[in-house]
Design a protein around this ligand. Structure first.
Ligand SMILES: Cc1cc2nc3c(=O)[nH]c(=O)nc-3n(C[C@H](O)[C@H](O)[C@H](O)COP(=O)(O)OP(=O)(O)OC[C@H]3O[C@@H](n4cnc5c(N)ncnc54)[C@H](O)[C@@H]3O)c2cc1C
Length: 411
């Protein structure tokens, strides 16, 4: 039995940042970070973007230089899976037989990519994308392949399609929704993206599902529910994740919707010594007055840090406004807020000019903003405005007027 003050399970962004957070508050307490992957902690956004296209090396994917962990006295245990958490004994069992004792534990186990349950989904040449190895595999297949099929029309699918097209492959996207990023962006923005994708030779088959993938020693063709058969050299599924919540469930921690780990405002789970952060954690969000769970980089980053600081005794609430970004060809956008439900938007600027902010409303109240190419001085007021959650009637006309300073709309 090895005793530690802090044990972190998960070497993704949330887990790594928790180590930072602990060290900011407690310079001495022993820390072990356990990760099933054979890598030091790294971040995932480049895996579908610059790392996949070869523009960014591995050095830009790892979160810290290797000597950071030694210098900060954080013991990183790679290639080892935690198999059991015993809250009563405050211990974690690892699959190499070791048992670690903890005073405070963080679950930052994130998610794993889901595979569509269709025939042929496990043929060689059919990929999901979550890890460095996945991204390497896709790039390798892209080197010898000519035709790629991307399943999924949300972020991962859209980003992978963009990257594969940049690598010179013919790309077809297939997804059941009516348009790209349907749940997140209004029709006019999807239309702009469809035009951009078309101009980059990406064929989009919306409202379509794959029925099966066929091949021999590797995938050769995809049969769609429209009756069409596509010749393919590789297939990437960007169809969502399943949460790694087994440890939390078996430890008897409270779980919520989609098996998210329920945490309080300090990111503490239903067990007083166990915290959770990142993709798996559902927290009570003060801006929206409801529980949120977000599968995005910035939430993992901020929650990891906050959880680490709280584990070390700070005990402050997590109050950050959810934020995410995406890059599709030369089109980069940022979003603040909660876009899970919305019913109308107000546009400041114009889509054609490449400088616009879409303000989202749900039942008359602001819920978020999506910004592209806006002036730097608008960034802070945009966020403050979403946090203030003004009524549509009070701000819609003034938002459209670019002569009006966004800052003056925040009361
Ligand atoms: C390809 C890709 C591109 C993305 N791009 C963007 C983007 O542009 N913008 C954005 O906002 N977000 C993006 N995201 C989302 C963002 O990366 C995630 O929200 C973030 O990685 C979540 O971090 P996490 O630490 O909670 O979980 P994860 O990153 O999933 O890390 C969890 C870690 O825990 C390990 N683990 C799990 N169970 C165990 C166990 N029992 N024992 C030991 N280790 C375990 C896993 O192996 C993994 O290493 C992207 C995600 C992917 C996959």
């Amino acid at each position: 039995m090895q005793p530690y003050k802090y044990v972190i399970i998960g070497g993704g962004l949330a887990g790594q940042r928790a180590g930072d957070g602990i060290r900011q508050v407690d310079a001495e307490g022993t820390v072990a970070l356990v990760t099933a992957e054979h890598h030091m902690p790294y971040e995932r956004p480049p895996l579908s973007k610059g790392y996949l296209t070869g523009q960014k090396g591995l050095d830009r994917v790892y979160l810290k230089e290797d000597d950071y962990y030694d210098q900060n006295n954080i013991e990183v245990i790679t290639g080892v899976r935690a198999t059991k958490v015993d809250p009563a004994a405050r211990s974690v069992t690892l699959d190499d037989g070791r048992v670690l004792k903890y005073e405070r534990l963080l679950l930052a186990t994130g998610g794993r990519a889901w595979r569509l349950p269709i025939p042929g989904n496990d043929l060689p040449g059919v990929f999901t994308l979550r890890t460095i190895e996945d991204s390497d595999g896709i790039r390798q297949a892209a080197e010898s392949g000519k035709q790629a099929l991307v399943l999924g029309g949300s972020f991962i699918g859209s980003e992978v399609a963009s990257s594969l097209a940049q690598l010179g492959l013919g790309v077809t996207m297939v997804f059941p929704e009516g348009r790209l990023l349907e749940l997140i962006v209004p029709e006019e923005l999807s239309a702009l993206l469809h035009a951009k994708y078309g101009a980059n030779s990406i064929r989009i088959l919306s409202g379509t599902k794959p029925e099966r993938l066929e091949g021999d020693e590797r995938v050769r063709q995809a049969v769609l529910d429209s009756g069409e058969t596509l010749a393919v050299d590789l297939v990437v599924m960007g169809v969502g994740i399943r949460l790694n919540r087994g440890l939390a469930r078996d430890a008897g921690l409270e779980l919520g919707e989609r098996d998210a780990v329920i945490v309080d405002e300090t990111l503490r789970t239903s067990d007083t010594n166990i915290y959770a952060a990142g993709d798996i954690a559902a927290w009570p969000d003060p801006t929206f007055g409801k529980r949120l769970r977000v599968e995005h980089w910035d939430v993992a980053r901020r929650q990891g840090l906050r959880a680490g600081r709280n584990m070390a005794g700070e005990e402050k609430p997590y109050t950050s406004l959810p934020y995410f970004f995406s890059d599709l060809f030369d089109f980069s956008f940022e979003v603040w807020g909660d876009l899970t439900t919305w019913d109308r938007t107000v546009t400041r600027g114009t889509l054609e000019s490449g400088s616009f902010a879409l303000y989202y409303f749900d039942q008359g109240k602001m819920v978020g903003v999506l910004a592209v190419g806006r002036p730097d001085e608008e960034r802070k007021p945009m966020q403050a405005l979403v946090k203030a959650r003004p009524a549509y009637e009070d701000v819609a006309a003034r938002l459209v007027d670019e002569g009006e300073d966004v800052g003056t709309l925040v009361e």
